[in-house]
Design a protein around this ligand. Structure first.
Ligand code: ATP
Ligand code: MG
Length: 251
């Protein structure tokens, strides 16, 4: 479905995350205008749009870092619109923000232990096993200071930090930004793997063709509004039309 209206949740798969008419601003600057879309259970949704379209703002609103001025956000059966970020995180919504969100002067292991405690995990050893099981490359660097990891490894650590506890939804923002192509491949392999464990994904990504290859559905944001939404197979032409100058688009 590629018409210009936000669509209802698809088929009869229940929505894990649902935004309804969300408005958001930074001071006087309005960034989101009535954004509505949903992420069904066990589904990967790509969130695409040009620079400044409001993708990161959507990620911040759903994870509670930016408060919606109007509209609502429902997650896992709760109205989380006014919940603080820590409470949304503990309900199973993980947000890997733009950039390298690691503590440079702490070791890899210390970063993971802190993240696990913040998510309310009692048994940090289980959390570490889980993280190193998924990100085996990090295990070799567990006692290394995070600030001395390569860019790709730091991005992996950002992901591992939000996955130390089981998650229902992972929101990732430009995880592959600035990484070498081989590392980008690894990042996408990891996302595919996480998705195969049953965690839903909301993936913001400049590499439009690649993110579509791991997604079931796509939402296109244009200047703070949903311009198209639907199954990837249906929404592709709309993306080409709405983001024609996109450097990464290779339909
Ligand atoms: N902290 C902030 N203060 C003021 N304006 C902001 C702030 N963060 C974002 N904006 C503005 O809000 C709009 C949406 O920004 P947002 O970061 O959500 O876009 P984006 O789609 O993630 O862009 P990009 O692809 O460049 O990451 C932009 O016009 C941006 O300049
Ligand atoms: Mg952004």
């Amino acid at each position: 479905m590629t018409d210009e209206r936000p669509q209802a949740p698809h088929d009869d798969v229940p929505a894990l995350l649902e935004l309804r008419d969300v408005e958001a601003s930074y001071g006087p600057y309005r960034a989101l205008f009535g954004v509505s879309f949903s992420v069904p259970e066990r589904t990967a949704v790509a969130l695409v749009g040009s620079n400044g379209a409001g993708k990161s703002t959507v990620a911040r609103v759903v994870s509670g870092l930016v408060r919606a001025k109007a509209g609502s956000v429902r997650f896992a059966g709760h109205d989380v619109t006014r919940w603080p970020a820590w409470r949304i995180a503990r309900a199973g919504l993980a947000h890997a923000p733009e950039g390298r969100s690691v503590f440079a002067s702490l070791t890899v292991e210390e970063n993971l232990v802190l993240a696990a405690r913040a998510l309310g995990t009692r048994r940090t050893s289980d959390a570490l096993d889980r993280a190193f099981g998924t990100f085996s490359q990090l295990a070799a660097h567990r006692h290394q200071l995070a600030g001395t990891l390569s860019g790709g490894e730091q991005r992996m650590l950002s992901l591992a930090k939000v996955l130390v506890a089981p998650q229902r939804l992972l929101v990732v923002d430009e995880l592959s930004f600035g990484l070498a192509p081989a590392i980008v491949d690894e990042v996408f392999d990891m996302l595919r793997m996480i998705r195969n464990t049953g965690t839903s994904l909301l993936v913001i990504e400049q590499h439009v063709d690649r993110v579509l290859s791991i997604s079931d559905r796509a939402v296109v944001l244009v200047r703070g509004r949903v311009a198209a939404e639907g199954a990837v197979a249906d929404v592709g032409p709309a993306i080409e039309r709405l983001l024609p100058a996109h450097p990464q688009w290779s339909a």
